[in-house]
Write a protein that binds this ligand. Structure first.
Ligand code: SAM
Length: 530
Protein backbone atom coordinates (compact mmCIF):
# COMPACT_ATOMS: atom_id res chain seq x y z
CA UNK A 1 0.00 0.00 0.00
CA UNK A 2 2.79 2.37 1.09
CA UNK A 3 4.81 1.46 -2.04
CA UNK A 4 1.79 2.15 -4.23
CA UNK A 5 1.31 5.62 -2.76
CA UNK A 6 4.98 6.48 -3.37
CA UNK A 7 4.60 5.19 -6.91
CA UNK A 8 1.53 7.38 -7.49
CA UNK A 9 3.32 10.38 -6.08
CA UNK A 10 6.30 9.81 -8.39
CA UNK A 11 4.00 9.46 -11.43
CA UNK A 12 2.10 12.59 -10.39
CA UNK A 13 5.32 14.57 -9.93
CA UNK A 14 6.71 13.29 -13.25
CA UNK A 15 3.45 14.22 -15.00
CA UNK A 16 3.57 17.76 -13.74
CA UNK A 17 7.22 18.31 -14.63
CA UNK A 18 6.90 16.77 -18.08
CA UNK A 19 3.65 18.62 -18.82
CA UNK A 20 5.11 21.96 -17.86
CA UNK A 21 8.04 21.35 -20.17
CA UNK A 22 6.07 20.12 -23.16
CA UNK A 23 3.35 22.75 -22.91
CA UNK A 24 5.61 25.33 -24.48
CA UNK A 25 5.95 23.60 -27.81
CA UNK A 26 3.37 20.87 -27.99
CA UNK A 27 -0.34 21.00 -28.49
CA UNK A 28 -2.22 20.63 -25.24
CA UNK A 29 -5.36 18.63 -25.04
CA UNK A 30 -7.52 19.82 -22.21
CA UNK A 31 -10.72 18.16 -23.17
CA UNK A 32 -13.10 16.56 -20.73
CA UNK A 33 -16.25 16.39 -22.87
CA UNK A 34 -15.81 19.99 -23.73
CA UNK A 35 -19.00 22.03 -23.31
CA UNK A 36 -18.35 23.57 -26.69
CA UNK A 37 -17.35 20.23 -28.15
CA UNK A 38 -13.95 21.55 -29.08
CA UNK A 39 -10.85 19.75 -28.08
CA UNK A 40 -8.96 22.69 -26.71
CA UNK A 41 -5.76 22.27 -28.62
CA UNK A 42 -3.68 25.16 -27.51
CA UNK A 43 -0.58 25.67 -29.51
CA UNK A 44 2.38 27.87 -28.85
CA UNK A 45 1.72 29.85 -32.01
CA UNK A 46 -2.02 29.94 -32.08
CA UNK A 47 -4.85 30.32 -29.70
CA UNK A 48 -6.82 27.22 -30.47
CA UNK A 49 -7.23 24.77 -33.26
CA UNK A 50 -10.69 23.36 -33.50
CA UNK A 51 -10.67 19.61 -33.17
CA UNK A 52 -11.39 18.34 -36.65
CA UNK A 53 -12.86 15.20 -35.12
CA UNK A 54 -15.96 17.03 -33.97
CA UNK A 55 -15.83 20.52 -35.38
CA UNK A 56 -17.24 20.37 -38.84
CA UNK A 57 -17.71 16.62 -38.67
CA UNK A 58 -20.48 15.68 -41.07
CA UNK A 59 -23.38 14.81 -38.85
CA UNK A 60 -25.44 11.77 -39.71
CA UNK A 61 -28.48 10.36 -38.00
CA UNK A 62 -27.41 8.58 -34.85
CA UNK A 63 -29.48 5.46 -35.24
CA UNK A 64 -29.82 4.11 -38.75
CA UNK A 65 -33.47 3.51 -37.80
CA UNK A 66 -33.96 7.28 -37.73
CA UNK A 67 -33.26 7.49 -41.47
CA UNK A 68 -36.73 7.89 -42.91
CA UNK A 69 -37.78 5.23 -45.41
CA UNK A 70 -38.69 6.70 -48.76
CA UNK A 71 -36.55 9.83 -48.32
CA UNK A 72 -34.70 10.22 -51.61
CA UNK A 73 -32.72 13.41 -51.13
CA UNK A 74 -29.37 13.65 -49.38
CA UNK A 75 -28.45 16.24 -46.76
CA UNK A 76 -24.81 16.86 -45.79
CA UNK A 77 -24.74 18.93 -42.60
CA UNK A 78 -21.70 20.19 -40.68
CA UNK A 79 -21.73 22.04 -37.40
CA UNK A 80 -19.19 24.42 -35.86
CA UNK A 81 -19.02 26.08 -32.47
CA UNK A 82 -20.91 25.46 -29.27
CA UNK A 83 -23.20 22.65 -28.14
CA UNK A 84 -26.15 24.87 -28.96
CA UNK A 85 -25.17 24.69 -32.63
CA UNK A 86 -24.91 20.90 -32.55
CA UNK A 87 -28.32 20.78 -30.90
CA UNK A 88 -29.73 23.14 -33.56
CA UNK A 89 -28.38 20.92 -36.34
CA UNK A 90 -30.52 18.12 -34.88
CA UNK A 91 -33.57 20.35 -35.12
CA UNK A 92 -32.70 21.21 -38.73
CA UNK A 93 -32.25 17.53 -39.64
CA UNK A 94 -35.68 16.76 -38.10
CA UNK A 95 -37.36 19.49 -40.12
CA UNK A 96 -35.66 18.35 -43.32
CA UNK A 97 -36.48 14.67 -42.72
CA UNK A 98 -40.11 15.76 -43.26
CA UNK A 99 -39.04 17.34 -46.56
CA UNK A 100 -37.58 14.12 -48.00
CA UNK A 101 -33.96 14.43 -46.81
CA UNK A 102 -31.83 11.76 -45.15
CA UNK A 103 -28.32 12.61 -43.94
CA UNK A 104 -25.14 11.55 -45.73
CA UNK A 105 -21.45 11.61 -44.79
CA UNK A 106 -20.49 11.90 -48.44
CA UNK A 107 -20.26 15.52 -49.61
CA UNK A 108 -20.05 14.57 -53.29
CA UNK A 109 -23.47 12.87 -53.31
CA UNK A 110 -25.32 15.63 -51.41
CA UNK A 111 -28.32 17.47 -52.85
CA UNK A 112 -28.17 19.99 -50.04
CA UNK A 113 -25.12 21.07 -48.01
CA UNK A 114 -25.70 23.04 -44.82
CA UNK A 115 -23.05 24.53 -42.59
CA UNK A 116 -24.09 25.59 -39.10
CA UNK A 117 -21.76 28.45 -38.25
CA UNK A 118 -20.17 30.08 -35.21
CA UNK A 119 -19.11 33.71 -34.80
CA UNK A 120 -17.75 33.61 -31.28
CA UNK A 121 -14.14 34.18 -32.35
CA UNK A 122 -12.59 35.28 -35.63
CA UNK A 123 -10.89 31.93 -36.05
CA UNK A 124 -14.25 30.10 -36.12
CA UNK A 125 -15.38 32.38 -38.95
CA UNK A 126 -12.21 31.73 -40.95
CA UNK A 127 -12.74 27.96 -40.67
CA UNK A 128 -16.27 28.29 -42.06
CA UNK A 129 -15.02 30.37 -44.99
CA UNK A 130 -12.53 27.62 -45.92
CA UNK A 131 -15.34 25.06 -45.87
CA UNK A 132 -17.50 27.21 -48.14
CA UNK A 133 -14.64 27.33 -50.66
CA UNK A 134 -14.48 23.53 -50.58
CA UNK A 135 -18.26 23.18 -51.14
CA UNK A 136 -18.08 25.50 -54.10
CA UNK A 137 -15.33 23.39 -55.65
CA UNK A 138 -17.57 20.31 -55.33
CA UNK A 139 -20.51 22.28 -56.71
CA UNK A 140 -18.62 22.73 -59.95
CA UNK A 141 -18.75 18.94 -60.42
CA UNK A 142 -22.32 18.64 -59.09
CA UNK A 143 -24.13 21.85 -60.13
CA UNK A 144 -27.46 20.59 -58.75
CA UNK A 145 -26.07 20.73 -55.24
CA UNK A 146 -27.38 23.66 -53.13
CA UNK A 147 -25.39 25.27 -50.30
CA UNK A 148 -26.84 27.00 -47.24
CA UNK A 149 -25.34 28.82 -44.27
CA UNK A 150 -27.10 28.43 -40.93
CA UNK A 151 -26.59 29.90 -37.48
CA UNK A 152 -24.58 32.71 -35.98
CA UNK A 153 -22.75 34.02 -39.07
CA UNK A 154 -26.04 34.37 -40.96
CA UNK A 155 -27.12 37.85 -39.92
CA UNK A 156 -23.77 39.61 -40.23
CA UNK A 157 -22.58 38.02 -43.46
CA UNK A 158 -25.79 37.35 -45.40
CA UNK A 159 -25.27 40.08 -48.00
CA UNK A 160 -21.59 39.25 -48.45
CA UNK A 161 -22.24 35.52 -48.97
CA UNK A 162 -25.31 35.86 -51.20
CA UNK A 163 -24.76 39.02 -53.21
CA UNK A 164 -21.07 39.95 -53.17
CA UNK A 165 -19.28 36.62 -53.10
CA UNK A 166 -22.20 34.50 -54.42
CA UNK A 167 -20.91 31.42 -52.58
CA UNK A 168 -24.22 30.23 -51.10
CA UNK A 169 -27.84 29.74 -52.20
CA UNK A 170 -29.47 30.17 -48.83
CA UNK A 171 -28.82 31.95 -45.50
CA UNK A 172 -30.89 30.99 -42.45
CA UNK A 173 -30.58 32.49 -38.95
CA UNK A 174 -30.94 30.46 -35.73
CA UNK A 175 -34.60 31.35 -35.20
CA UNK A 176 -35.77 30.67 -38.78
CA UNK A 177 -35.29 26.93 -39.18
CA UNK A 178 -39.02 26.25 -39.41
CA UNK A 179 -39.00 28.40 -42.53
CA UNK A 180 -36.58 25.97 -44.24
CA UNK A 181 -39.29 24.25 -46.36
CA UNK A 182 -40.31 27.63 -47.87
CA UNK A 183 -36.72 28.74 -48.32
CA UNK A 184 -35.87 25.49 -50.10
CA UNK A 185 -38.74 26.09 -52.52
CA UNK A 186 -37.34 29.53 -53.30
CA UNK A 187 -33.95 27.99 -53.98
CA UNK A 188 -35.43 25.27 -56.19
CA UNK A 189 -37.15 27.98 -58.21
CA UNK A 190 -33.77 29.58 -58.78
CA UNK A 191 -33.93 32.44 -56.27
CA UNK A 192 -31.56 33.12 -53.39
CA UNK A 193 -33.31 32.57 -50.07
CA UNK A 194 -32.72 34.36 -46.79
CA UNK A 195 -34.40 34.54 -43.39
CA UNK A 196 -32.39 35.86 -40.46
CA UNK A 197 -35.26 37.28 -38.41
CA UNK A 198 -34.73 36.77 -34.68
CA UNK A 199 -37.80 35.69 -32.76
CA UNK A 200 -39.32 36.66 -29.43
CA UNK A 201 -40.72 33.23 -28.70
CA UNK A 202 -39.20 30.54 -30.93
CA UNK A 203 -37.80 27.71 -28.78
CA UNK A 204 -38.46 24.76 -31.17
CA UNK A 205 -40.26 23.15 -28.23
CA UNK A 206 -42.67 21.44 -30.62
CA UNK A 207 -39.91 19.80 -32.70
CA UNK A 208 -38.78 16.38 -31.62
CA UNK A 209 -35.12 16.43 -32.70
CA UNK A 210 -33.45 13.48 -34.37
CA UNK A 211 -30.02 12.70 -32.91
CA UNK A 212 -26.91 13.24 -34.98
CA UNK A 213 -23.44 11.79 -34.76
CA UNK A 214 -23.29 10.27 -31.25
CA UNK A 215 -23.32 6.84 -29.65
CA UNK A 216 -26.94 6.77 -28.46
CA UNK A 217 -25.92 7.33 -24.81
CA UNK A 218 -25.77 11.10 -24.19
CA UNK A 219 -27.91 13.87 -25.69
CA UNK A 220 -28.42 17.63 -25.49
CA UNK A 221 -31.77 19.09 -24.58
CA UNK A 222 -32.12 22.78 -25.28
CA UNK A 223 -33.97 24.73 -22.54
CA UNK A 224 -33.33 28.39 -23.37
CA UNK A 225 -32.40 30.34 -26.49
CA UNK A 226 -30.67 33.70 -26.84
CA UNK A 227 -28.94 35.68 -24.11
CA UNK A 228 -29.65 38.94 -22.27
CA UNK A 229 -26.33 39.27 -20.46
CA UNK A 230 -24.63 41.67 -22.83
CA UNK A 231 -21.09 40.71 -21.83
CA UNK A 232 -19.18 43.35 -23.77
CA UNK A 233 -16.92 40.81 -25.57
CA UNK A 234 -19.72 38.52 -26.70
CA UNK A 235 -21.55 38.38 -30.01
CA UNK A 236 -24.26 35.93 -28.87
CA UNK A 237 -27.04 38.46 -28.03
CA UNK A 238 -26.64 39.86 -31.56
CA UNK A 239 -26.54 36.54 -33.40
CA UNK A 240 -29.04 34.57 -31.30
CA UNK A 241 -31.31 37.28 -29.98
CA UNK A 242 -32.91 37.90 -26.61
CA UNK A 243 -33.35 35.24 -23.98
CA UNK A 244 -36.46 33.05 -23.90
CA UNK A 245 -37.21 29.78 -22.14
CA UNK A 246 -38.82 26.61 -23.38
CA UNK A 247 -42.01 25.09 -21.93
CA UNK A 248 -40.98 22.62 -19.17
CA UNK A 249 -43.60 20.13 -20.38
CA UNK A 250 -41.95 19.88 -23.79
CA UNK A 251 -38.54 19.52 -22.08
CA UNK A 252 -39.76 16.63 -19.92
CA UNK A 253 -41.44 15.01 -22.96
CA UNK A 254 -38.14 15.14 -24.82
CA UNK A 255 -36.28 13.64 -21.85
CA UNK A 256 -38.88 10.84 -21.53
CA UNK A 257 -38.55 10.14 -25.23
CA UNK A 258 -34.76 9.93 -24.90
CA UNK A 259 -35.10 7.40 -22.07
CA UNK A 260 -37.35 5.27 -24.28
CA UNK A 261 -34.70 5.36 -27.00
CA UNK A 262 -32.09 4.11 -24.51
CA UNK A 263 -30.22 7.35 -23.68
CA UNK A 264 -28.58 7.50 -20.23
CA UNK A 265 -27.42 11.09 -19.85
CA UNK A 266 -28.74 14.48 -20.89
CA UNK A 267 -27.26 17.97 -20.78
CA UNK A 268 -29.77 20.78 -20.36
CA UNK A 269 -28.47 23.49 -22.67
CA UNK A 270 -28.62 27.26 -22.80
CA UNK A 271 -26.30 30.26 -22.94
CA UNK A 272 -27.21 30.93 -19.32
CA UNK A 273 -29.25 28.05 -17.93
CA UNK A 274 -29.57 29.48 -14.40
CA UNK A 275 -31.60 32.30 -15.85
CA UNK A 276 -34.26 29.83 -17.13
CA UNK A 277 -37.76 31.13 -16.42
CA UNK A 278 -40.95 29.78 -17.96
CA UNK A 279 -44.01 31.92 -17.33
CA UNK A 280 -46.12 30.85 -20.28
CA UNK A 281 -43.80 31.98 -23.08
CA UNK A 282 -42.16 35.19 -24.26
CA UNK A 283 -38.93 37.01 -23.59
CA UNK A 284 -37.33 36.90 -20.15
CA UNK A 285 -37.05 40.69 -20.17
CA UNK A 286 -40.86 40.95 -20.43
CA UNK A 287 -41.40 38.95 -17.22
CA UNK A 288 -41.80 42.28 -15.45
CA UNK A 289 -45.16 42.62 -17.24
CA UNK A 290 -46.32 39.10 -16.32
CA UNK A 291 -49.71 38.70 -14.65
CA UNK A 292 -50.09 37.47 -11.07
CA UNK A 293 -51.19 34.05 -12.25
CA UNK A 294 -48.19 33.83 -14.61
CA UNK A 295 -45.86 34.68 -11.73
CA UNK A 296 -47.52 32.20 -9.38
CA UNK A 297 -47.18 29.35 -11.87
CA UNK A 298 -43.73 30.23 -13.24
CA UNK A 299 -40.94 27.61 -13.29
CA UNK A 300 -37.33 28.56 -12.54
CA UNK A 301 -34.16 26.58 -13.21
CA UNK A 302 -33.96 24.87 -9.79
CA UNK A 303 -37.56 23.70 -10.23
CA UNK A 304 -36.91 22.50 -13.78
CA UNK A 305 -33.87 20.55 -12.57
CA UNK A 306 -35.93 18.85 -9.86
CA UNK A 307 -38.78 18.06 -12.28
CA UNK A 308 -36.31 16.46 -14.68
CA UNK A 309 -34.49 14.53 -11.95
CA UNK A 310 -37.79 13.17 -10.61
CA UNK A 311 -39.24 12.35 -14.03
CA UNK A 312 -36.27 10.08 -14.85
CA UNK A 313 -34.35 9.00 -11.73
CA UNK A 314 -32.15 6.62 -13.77
CA UNK A 315 -31.03 9.36 -16.15
CA UNK A 316 -27.87 11.37 -15.43
CA UNK A 317 -28.52 15.09 -15.69
CA UNK A 318 -25.99 17.79 -16.52
CA UNK A 319 -26.41 21.41 -17.49
CA UNK A 320 -24.40 24.09 -19.26
CA UNK A 321 -23.62 26.99 -19.12
CA UNK A 322 -23.96 28.63 -15.72
CA UNK A 323 -23.33 32.32 -15.34
CA UNK A 324 -22.01 33.13 -11.82
CA UNK A 325 -24.31 36.12 -11.51
CA UNK A 326 -27.44 33.97 -11.93
CA UNK A 327 -26.52 30.78 -10.10
CA UNK A 328 -28.79 30.58 -7.06
CA UNK A 329 -28.37 28.60 -3.87
CA UNK A 330 -31.61 26.75 -4.79
CA UNK A 331 -29.85 25.19 -7.77
CA UNK A 332 -27.02 23.98 -5.52
CA UNK A 333 -29.53 22.47 -3.07
CA UNK A 334 -31.34 20.72 -5.92
CA UNK A 335 -28.01 19.28 -7.08
CA UNK A 336 -27.23 18.07 -3.56
CA UNK A 337 -30.71 16.56 -3.15
CA UNK A 338 -30.82 14.40 -6.31
CA UNK A 339 -28.19 11.73 -6.90
CA UNK A 340 -28.85 11.75 -10.65
CA UNK A 341 -27.94 15.43 -11.06
CA UNK A 342 -24.20 15.27 -11.69
CA UNK A 343 -21.84 16.96 -9.25
CA UNK A 344 -20.28 19.15 -11.87
CA UNK A 345 -20.66 22.85 -12.72
CA UNK A 346 -19.21 24.71 -15.67
CA UNK A 347 -18.78 28.16 -14.16
CA UNK A 348 -16.98 30.57 -16.53
CA UNK A 349 -14.98 33.20 -14.65
CA UNK A 350 -13.62 35.00 -17.77
CA UNK A 351 -11.17 37.00 -15.58
CA UNK A 352 -9.93 37.16 -12.00
CA UNK A 353 -9.75 40.95 -11.97
CA UNK A 354 -12.76 42.89 -10.71
CA UNK A 355 -11.79 45.83 -12.92
CA UNK A 356 -11.73 43.66 -16.07
CA UNK A 357 -14.96 41.91 -15.04
CA UNK A 358 -16.55 45.35 -14.90
CA UNK A 359 -15.21 46.21 -18.37
CA UNK A 360 -16.65 42.90 -19.57
CA UNK A 361 -20.01 43.79 -17.99
CA UNK A 362 -19.97 40.57 -15.98
CA UNK A 363 -22.25 41.29 -13.05
CA UNK A 364 -19.99 39.92 -10.30
CA UNK A 365 -16.73 40.81 -8.63
CA UNK A 366 -13.76 38.57 -7.91
CA UNK A 367 -14.87 38.41 -4.26
CA UNK A 368 -18.43 37.45 -5.20
CA UNK A 369 -17.08 34.70 -7.44
CA UNK A 370 -15.07 33.34 -4.48
CA UNK A 371 -18.16 33.46 -2.29
CA UNK A 372 -20.05 31.42 -4.88
CA UNK A 373 -17.23 28.87 -5.06
CA UNK A 374 -17.26 28.61 -1.23
CA UNK A 375 -21.04 28.08 -1.33
CA UNK A 376 -20.69 25.34 -3.95
CA UNK A 377 -18.02 23.57 -1.87
CA UNK A 378 -20.13 23.85 1.29
CA UNK A 379 -23.39 22.57 -0.22
CA UNK A 380 -21.83 20.00 -2.62
CA UNK A 381 -18.37 19.20 -1.16
CA UNK A 382 -17.70 16.71 -3.94
CA UNK A 383 -18.40 19.04 -6.87
CA UNK A 384 -16.15 19.35 -9.93
CA UNK A 385 -15.88 22.86 -11.37
CA UNK A 386 -14.62 23.97 -14.78
CA UNK A 387 -13.94 27.40 -16.24
CA UNK A 388 -13.85 29.60 -19.31
CA UNK A 389 -11.20 32.32 -19.18
CA UNK A 390 -10.35 35.01 -21.72
CA UNK A 391 -6.82 36.41 -21.80
CA UNK A 392 -5.84 39.84 -23.09
CA UNK A 393 -9.22 41.53 -22.96
CA UNK A 394 -9.05 45.29 -23.67
CA UNK A 395 -6.95 47.18 -21.10
CA UNK A 396 -5.86 43.98 -19.27
CA UNK A 397 -2.63 44.73 -17.39
CA UNK A 398 -0.05 42.37 -15.93
CA UNK A 399 -1.65 42.91 -12.51
CA UNK A 400 -5.08 41.90 -13.90
CA UNK A 401 -3.49 38.77 -15.40
CA UNK A 402 -1.92 37.90 -12.03
CA UNK A 403 -5.39 38.27 -10.49
CA UNK A 404 -6.64 35.65 -12.95
CA UNK A 405 -3.80 33.28 -12.02
CA UNK A 406 -4.51 33.77 -8.33
CA UNK A 407 -8.24 33.17 -8.87
CA UNK A 408 -7.33 29.89 -10.57
CA UNK A 409 -5.11 28.98 -7.62
CA UNK A 410 -8.01 29.61 -5.26
CA UNK A 411 -10.49 27.42 -7.16
CA UNK A 412 -8.13 24.78 -8.61
CA UNK A 413 -10.56 24.01 -11.44
CA UNK A 414 -10.93 20.42 -12.60
CA UNK A 415 -10.48 21.60 -16.17
CA UNK A 416 -11.01 24.64 -18.32
CA UNK A 417 -11.42 26.28 -21.68
CA UNK A 418 -9.14 29.22 -22.34
CA UNK A 419 -9.19 31.74 -25.12
CA UNK A 420 -7.30 34.80 -26.34
CA UNK A 421 -9.62 37.75 -26.65
CA UNK A 422 -10.90 38.12 -30.21
CA UNK A 423 -12.65 41.40 -30.90
CA UNK A 424 -16.02 40.80 -32.56
CA UNK A 425 -17.58 43.44 -34.82
CA UNK A 426 -20.68 45.10 -33.39
CA UNK A 427 -20.11 44.08 -29.75
CA UNK A 428 -20.03 46.80 -27.05
CA UNK A 429 -16.30 46.14 -26.53
CA UNK A 430 -15.58 46.64 -30.24
CA UNK A 431 -17.53 49.90 -30.20
CA UNK A 432 -16.17 51.38 -26.97
CA UNK A 433 -12.80 49.83 -26.13
CA UNK A 434 -9.48 49.41 -27.90
CA UNK A 435 -8.24 45.87 -28.51
CA UNK A 436 -4.99 47.12 -27.03
CA UNK A 437 -3.21 44.06 -25.67
CA UNK A 438 -0.58 42.98 -28.24
CA UNK A 439 -1.05 39.49 -29.70
CA UNK A 440 2.29 38.30 -28.29
CA UNK A 441 1.24 39.27 -24.77
CA UNK A 442 -2.18 37.62 -25.17
CA UNK A 443 -0.39 34.42 -26.27
CA UNK A 444 2.09 34.47 -23.41
CA UNK A 445 -0.69 35.00 -20.86
CA UNK A 446 -2.74 32.22 -22.46
CA UNK A 447 0.20 29.83 -22.15
CA UNK A 448 0.60 30.75 -18.50
CA UNK A 449 -3.03 30.05 -17.66
CA UNK A 450 -3.03 26.85 -19.72
CA UNK A 451 0.09 25.67 -17.87
CA UNK A 452 -1.48 26.43 -14.52
CA UNK A 453 -4.73 24.72 -15.47
CA UNK A 454 -2.76 21.66 -16.45
CA UNK A 455 -1.23 21.51 -12.96
CA UNK A 456 -4.65 21.91 -11.31
CA UNK A 457 -6.21 19.28 -13.58
CA UNK A 458 -3.45 16.84 -12.63
CA UNK A 459 -4.05 17.66 -8.95
CA UNK A 460 -7.79 17.02 -9.31
CA UNK A 461 -7.53 13.73 -11.21
CA UNK A 462 -4.96 12.52 -8.67
CA UNK A 463 -7.60 12.93 -5.92
CA UNK A 464 -9.68 10.20 -7.59
CA UNK A 465 -6.91 7.59 -7.61
CA UNK A 466 -7.77 4.76 -5.22
CA UNK A 467 -11.50 5.57 -5.29
CA UNK A 468 -14.26 3.53 -6.91
CA UNK A 469 -16.46 5.68 -9.16
CA UNK A 470 -19.49 5.17 -11.34
CA UNK A 471 -18.65 5.52 -15.04
CA UNK A 472 -21.16 5.69 -17.89
CA UNK A 473 -19.63 3.92 -20.92
CA UNK A 474 -19.88 6.11 -24.03
CA UNK A 475 -17.58 4.60 -26.64
CA UNK A 476 -14.44 2.67 -27.39
CA UNK A 477 -11.27 4.34 -26.14
CA UNK A 478 -9.45 6.01 -29.03
CA UNK A 479 -6.17 4.58 -27.71
CA UNK A 480 -7.16 0.92 -27.56
CA UNK A 481 -9.99 -1.12 -29.04
CA UNK A 482 -9.82 -3.33 -25.95
CA UNK A 483 -10.88 -0.51 -23.65
CA UNK A 484 -14.02 1.50 -23.01
CA UNK A 485 -14.12 5.23 -22.48
CA UNK A 486 -16.77 6.87 -20.34
CA UNK A 487 -17.25 9.69 -17.86
CA UNK A 488 -17.73 9.93 -14.13
CA UNK A 489 -20.36 12.18 -12.55
CA UNK A 490 -17.62 14.81 -12.32
CA UNK A 491 -17.32 14.76 -16.10
CA UNK A 492 -13.86 13.20 -15.91
CA UNK A 493 -12.99 10.74 -18.66
CA UNK A 494 -12.22 7.21 -17.41
CA UNK A 495 -10.84 4.31 -19.46
CA UNK A 496 -10.77 0.63 -18.50
CA UNK A 497 -10.73 -2.86 -20.05
CA UNK A 498 -13.97 -3.79 -21.79
CA UNK A 499 -14.58 -7.14 -20.06
CA UNK A 500 -18.27 -8.09 -20.54
CA UNK A 501 -19.61 -4.52 -20.34
CA UNK A 502 -21.12 -2.58 -23.21
CA UNK A 503 -21.78 0.99 -24.37
CA UNK A 504 -24.51 2.59 -22.23
CA UNK A 505 -23.74 0.54 -19.08
CA UNK A 506 -23.19 2.28 -15.73
CA UNK A 507 -20.13 0.54 -14.28
CA UNK A 508 -18.25 0.86 -10.97
CA UNK A 509 -14.59 1.44 -11.78
CA UNK A 510 -11.69 1.27 -9.33
CA UNK A 511 -9.38 4.12 -10.33
CA UNK A 512 -5.75 2.99 -10.35
CA UNK A 513 -3.93 5.70 -12.22
CA UNK A 514 -4.43 9.04 -13.97
CA UNK A 515 -3.10 11.63 -16.35
CA UNK A 516 -4.10 15.29 -16.05
CA UNK A 517 -6.98 14.63 -18.46
CA UNK A 518 -8.25 11.15 -17.65
CA UNK A 519 -8.54 8.32 -15.16
CA UNK A 520 -7.39 4.76 -15.75
CA UNK A 521 -9.02 1.96 -13.83
CA UNK A 522 -10.54 -1.48 -13.61
CA UNK A 523 -14.24 -2.24 -13.90
CA UNK A 524 -15.52 -4.01 -10.81
CA UNK A 525 -19.25 -4.46 -11.39
CA UNK A 526 -22.41 -2.82 -12.69
CA UNK A 527 -23.52 0.19 -10.63
CA UNK A 528 -26.89 0.21 -8.84
CA UNK A 529 -28.08 2.66 -11.46
CA UNK A 530 -27.88 0.05 -14.19
N1 SAM B 1 -22.98 32.12 -22.34
C1 SAM B 1 -21.84 31.51 -21.81
C2 SAM B 1 -21.17 32.49 -20.83
O1 SAM B 1 -21.47 33.67 -20.84
O2 SAM B 1 -20.34 32.08 -20.04
C3 SAM B 1 -20.91 30.98 -22.90
C4 SAM B 1 -20.68 31.87 -24.10
S1 SAM B 1 -19.52 31.45 -25.37
C5 SAM B 1 -20.41 30.45 -26.40
C6 SAM B 1 -18.32 30.44 -24.68
C7 SAM B 1 -17.07 31.12 -24.25
O3 SAM B 1 -16.39 31.71 -25.33
C8 SAM B 1 -17.27 32.23 -23.27
O4 SAM B 1 -17.53 31.79 -21.99
C9 SAM B 1 -15.98 33.01 -23.40
O5 SAM B 1 -15.00 32.52 -22.52
C10 SAM B 1 -15.54 32.73 -24.84
N2 SAM B 1 -15.73 33.94 -25.66
C11 SAM B 1 -16.86 34.57 -25.96
N3 SAM B 1 -16.63 35.66 -26.71
C12 SAM B 1 -15.28 35.71 -26.90
C13 SAM B 1 -14.41 36.61 -27.58
N4 SAM B 1 -14.87 37.68 -28.21
N5 SAM B 1 -13.08 36.35 -27.56
C14 SAM B 1 -12.59 35.27 -26.92
N6 SAM B 1 -13.37 34.39 -26.26
C15 SAM B 1 -14.69 34.61 -26.24
Amino acid sequence: MYKKEICHFVIFFFNIVSLRLTAKWQALYLTRNDPYRYTRTINFMEEKVIDEKRQGESLVLEQKLEQKNGNQRKLFIESYGCQMNFSDSEIVASILAEQGYNTTENLEEADLVLINTCSIRDKAEQTVRKRLEKYNAVKKINPKMKVGVLGCMAERLKRKFLEEEKIVDMVVGPDAYKDLPNLLKEVEEGRDAVNVILSKDETYGDISPVRLGGHGVTAFVSITRGCDNMCTFCVVPFTRGRERSRDPKSIINEVNDLVEKGYKEITLLGQNVDSYLWYGGGLKKDYKNASEIQRATATNFAQLLEMTAEAQPGMRIRFSTSNPQDMTEDVLHSMAKYGNICNYIHLPAQSGSTRILKEMNRQYTREEYFELIDRVRKIIPDCAISQDIITGFSTETEADHLDTLSLMNYVKYDFGFMFMYSERPGTPAARKLDDDVPAEIKKRRLIEIVDLQRVHSAYRTQQFVGKTLEVLIEKESHKSNEQWSGRTQHNTVAVFNKEHFKVGDFVMVKIEDCTSASLIGEAIDYSENN
